[in-house]
Design a protein around this ligand. Structure first.
Ligand code: GLU
Length: 478
């Protein structure tokens, strides 16, 4: 039998860490089994579902590379089908109309609470046909079995049994004619031939109800797997403060999709003590049996560590694609500068996030560079004129613009002027990059290029001249 797993987000919010992990596990399960992965948008809650949330979910899935084989299906496009199945249930007697007023239901619930019972529908309309002709609004309820129990073998938690006496007759269609959530899920899982339902543990109470509905329809019962919660580092429910934000925010903050996938994979699943998994390994090793039953704690340090790993270990071409996106977002025109793969090689060891790496790379592309006042104050003083001028002439004379030749030229300047290497390298760094931090100076200069390096040294010399002249002006007697 072909495995068919689905991800069924409600577009009432963005695709956050928890949803993305559910999607990843369902996707990996399908891929591991050579099965299919179906995307279904559960947008029946029209008040709370929004188009921007749908777009963000699709964009997040695409950015992570969680490709779907079918869909996206939209529940709002399937109302006719739900109506047909509803009629089928009414005709077979598996569902019935109920015209109990909200006031009556509330009174019943209050009485039950007062008697120390669990509030539930008392079944008044179950066996007596309401007088629909009175135009009294009515809902449709599922005739839940009153005897026996629902048993299912949760693929993560093991066997679970719920007595039918715990379940009341669920409303499957509201008085305004709209089908309810649990009913739509059942019809969809049936129609879409879902074999494995992998979802958050917040749905575990829905499962026995859904199984009873499927049984009443004569539909096959899929396997169920409920994933445990993700907690914050402090053990509390994951909130925005902990990092429960949209997947796209992680993209914006400079995380690579590979790092986030690897992080989410390990957030509740393990394979020995292996930490790093290629996509191919994820698909090869993934199994529901190895998913953790207990809650997992979100750990941003580990995510950063993985991101740094992938920034340095992935082919520079792959990282460069994401870097191009960040540079564009930071309004940097990068086509004129060095190859982005070169920037990745140079800077990836120094940063954990790609947005920061991109920010630190502006001087490779922007003209004129942004001169950090503190760095200029420290390094672009009169004493730097001579080493900068000599460096200019030596660098201008180089035929091969290679790091080794550049390094040699800088060394010669230091020797000829009897200066420490730093007295040449630091002013040069500030002249060419605008700041005090950069990779090794010869590598930096090589990437910036000869023409632009020389132009920037000229600008720095002019800057020093101006500063010195205005200092002299200030000292001159009036
Ligand atoms: N739409 C539900 C949610 O976003 C998931 C339902 C399911 O997977 O069965 O929580």
């Amino acid at each position: 039998m072909m495995v068919r797993a689905r991800f069924a987000p409600s577009p009432t919010g963005y695709l956050h860490i928890g949803g993305a992990r559910t999607a990843l596990y369902a996707w990996l399960f399908a891929r591991h089994q050579g099965g299919q992965f179906i995307l279904r948008i559960e947008d029946t809650d029209r008040e709370r579902s929004t188009q921007p949330a749908i777009d963000a979910i699709l964009e997040g899935m695409q950015w992570l590379g969680l490709t779907w084989d079918e869909g996206p299906y939209y529940q709002t496009q399937r109302f006719e089908r739900y109506q047909a199945v509803l009629n089928q249930l009414l005709e077979s007697g598996s569902a019935y109309r109920c015209d109990c007023s909200p006031a009556r239901l509330e009174t019943v619930r209050e009485q039950q609470r007062a008697a120390g019972q669990k509030p539930r529908y008392d079944g008044r309309c179950r066996d007596s046909q309401p007088l629909i002709t009175t135009n009294q609004p009515s809902v449709v309820r599922f005739r839940n079995p009153q005897q026996g129990a629902v048993c299912f073998d949760d693929q993560i938690r093991g066997p679970i049994t719920i007595s039918n006496s715990e379940l009341d007759d669920l409303v499957i269609c509201r008085s305004d004619g709209t089908p309810t959530y649990n009913f739509c899920v059942v019809v969809d899982d049936w129609d879409m031939k879902i074999t494995h339902v992998i979802r958050g543990e917040d749905h575990i109470n829905n499962t026995p109800r859904q199984i009873n509905l499927l049984q009443a329809l004569g539909a096959p019962i899929p396997h169920y797997a409920h994933l445990s919660m993700i907690l914050g580092e402090d053990g509390k429910k994951l909130s925005k403060r902990h990092g429960a934000v949209s997947v796209l925010q992680y993209r914006d903050e400079g995380y690579l999709p590979q790092a986030l996938l690897n992080y989410l994979l390990r957030l509740g699943w393990s394979h020995g003590d292996q930490e790093i998994f290629s996509l191919e390994e994820m698909q090869r090793y993934f199994s529901l049996a190895a998913v953790n039953r207990s809650a997992s704690a979100f750990n941003r340090e580990k995510l950063l560590w993985l991101n740094h790993h992938y920034m340095n270990q992935l082919p520079p071409e792959t990282v460069a694609q994401q870097l191009a996106w960040h540079l564009q977002r930071q309004a940097v025109e990068s086509r004129q500068g060095p190859a982005l793969t070169e920037i990745v090689r140079l800077l990836a060891p120094r940063y954990q996030r790609l947005d920061r790496l991109a920010q630190a790379s502006h001087y490779f592309f922007n003209e004129p560079i942004a001169l950090d006042p503190e760095a200029a104050h420290q390094q672009l003083q009169a004493a730097a004129s001579q080493p900068l001028a000599l460096a200019y002439s030596k660098l201008a004379a180089l035929h091969a613009w290679q790091a080794s030749a550049i390094q040699e030229a800088i060394q010669q300047v230091a020797e000829e002027l009897s200066l420490g290497l730093g007295k040449v390298g630091m002013p040069l760094r500030v002249a060419v990059t605008g700041g005090l931090q950069s990779p090794a100076i010869e590598q930096t200069l090589q990437a910036v290029g000869q023409r632009r390096t020389l132009a920037r040294i000229e600008q720095a010399l002019a800057f020093i001249n101006e500063q010195t002249a205005s200092a002299v002006d200030q000292q001159a007697p009036r």
